[in-house]
Write a protein of this length. Structure first.
Length: 226
């Protein structure tokens, strides 16, 4: 299963995710702020949600592409882009946000200069996650960049609720409670999940919540297509 309908309810009932994370901004700035023609630089986000990262990419002049399983999230993305970034889809690199299955991306091979997973693929089981990263690799051009942000083992909520498989739970505590299936990734799993990719950086960011009684751990992974 690649899409849990619980997210349709989340996107329909709350306003959130308006701004990109600092780590993603740094990734884009480091790799693409110096390009000659930003409008021709195509960047795809899988599980793009309400479009915070697409909005940032469009505001910075890039050609943003997104895919999400929630039609509500896609509608929210398009509305924000149309309202705040006029002409975003008419750039030389195009621009598109679609509803679809991220295990079967509807774009041809070698289409994108960069692909992004900002805490979306973790909702899938291990096998589907490998398939998604393989699809992201397929649609990326040689030398194109990869950015992944995903929950690491040890995050508050792991081991709670109902277990679905290895390191995968419907958590009933922590930031992922009420958000459907969640898979937590160990360090040794990263090379398997991202097997087609050349991994360049793996960093762990950690923060505490609940007066330092609980911890949220996230992998920030960057790579490229050899």
């Amino acid at each position: 299963m690649t899409w849990d309908p619980v997210w349709e309810g989340i996107f329909s009932s709350r306003e959130w995710g308006r701004y990109p994370a600092e780590e993603l901004i740094r990734f884009v700035a480091r790799n693409f702020f110096s390009v000659t023609d930003r409008s021709a630089t195509r960047v795809l986000e899988v599980g793009s949600g309400p479009g915070a990262n697409l909005w940032f990419l469009a505001r910075e002049g890039f050609a943003p592409y997104g895919i999400d399983g929630s039609s509500t999230a896609v509608a929210l993305s398009r509305h924000r882009l149309d309202t705040e970034c006029p002409g975003w889809s008419a750039r030389s690199g195009g621009g598109e946000v679609v509803t679809g299955d991220i295990t079967r991306l509807p774009w041809p091979e070698a289409c994108f200069h960069a692909v992004i997973d900002s805490e979306a693929v973790y909702c899938n089981d291990f096998e589907d996650s490998c398939r998604i990263y393989g699809e992201m690799h397929r649609v990326t051009r040689t030398g194109g960049k990869l950015f992944v942000r995903t929950f690491a083992c040890g995050t508050w909520g792991e081991g709670t609720g109902r277990q679905l498989g290895p390191r995968r739970f419907i958590a009933d505590a922590g930031p992922l409670a009420g958000k459907g299936p969640s898979r937590f990734t160990s360090l040794d799993e990263i090379s398997v999940l991202l097997r087609p990719w050349r991994i360049r950086e793996i960093n762990l960011i950690t923060r505490t919540v609940e007066f330092q009684n609980q911890t949220i751990r996230e992998w920030i992974i960057e790579g490229d297509k050899a």
